[in-house]
Design a protein around this ligand. Structure first.
Ligand code: CDP
Length: 222
């Protein structure tokens, strides 16, 4: 059994960076599940489809091109918005579920564990995860961080528009009936509003380490 850390949270809360750093720390594989939904969004847009039409979204979900997971084209605010439209469809989520669960159970590279970040990892994808975090921060702080990130990538984003987009996306993610964004009952809450990345990572590590180390000991015993 692999050891699983589930990192869920709101848009641009820093969960992706924390998940990457946790994976490096424990030498685990990392899956950014948001990139799967962004790839579905890209597939719909590339095919000239309508993200509000279930058949178009499902077709894209069944034909995901994983080689494009690091394509900057999926990182735009627009792809985040389209991702949150296609992610409301149960058949889209079902099409991505198997891939995520397989990653958790059989981390690539034979690693002992996996860190998966998203919205429903601790609630739906891996409800039995060994450690769960729910990451959040004040919306204006998240919008500013996303603004810095997009600016560093060469874009010229409007911060007020990013804030509106993030609020709208969180609302849609929280209110959808299937696999909504919510803190699992057994997840530890990490508010990164006043934390820089090093402080957030230290706090995340302190929260998950006891559970991860216990799970690794149990794994070693077989
Ligand atoms: O990076 P950011 O927090 O802005 O977003 P993301 O993690 O890349 O996710 C983009 C969108 O995909 C989210 O707003 C959700 O609508 C959807 N998503 C989801 O429904 N379930 C997941 N496990 C991950 C992402």
């Amino acid at each position: 059994m692999s050891v699983v850390i589930a990192v869920d949270g709101t848009a641009a809360s820093g969960k992706g960076t924390l998940a990457t750093k946790l994976a490096e720390h424990f030498d685990f594989a990392h899956l950014d599940s948001g990139s799967l939904y962004r790839l579905v969004a890209l597939g719909v847009v590339d095919a000239g489809g309508d993200p509000n039409r279930e058949a178009d979204a499902v077709r894209a979900a069944q034909a995901i091109d994983h080689r494009r997971a690091s394509d900057p084209a999926i990182r735009t605010a627009e792809m985040g918005r389209v991702a949150s439209l296609v992610s409301v469809f149960p058949a889209v989520r079902a099409a991505l579920l198997q891939y995520q669960r397989h990653f958790a159970a059989h981390p690539p590279g034979g690693e002992k564990g996996a860190v998966i970040d998203g919205r429903d990892i601790g609630t739906i994808v891996c409800p039995d995860a060994d450690a769960k975090l729910f990451v959040d921060a004040a919306p204006d702080v998240r919008a500013h961080r996303r603004w810095l990130e997009l600016k560093a990538a060469g874009a010229a984003p409007d911060e007020a528009a990013l804030l509106a987009e993030i609020r709208e996306r969180d609302r849609r993610d929280r209110e959808r009936p299937i696999a909504p964004l919510k803190q699992a009952a057994d997840a530890a809450l990490l508010d990164t509003t006043h934390l820089d990345i090093d402080a957030a990572f230290a706090a995340a590590l302190a929260l998950v380490r006891p559970r991860v180390e216990a799970a690794l000991r149990a794994q070693a015993k077989g």
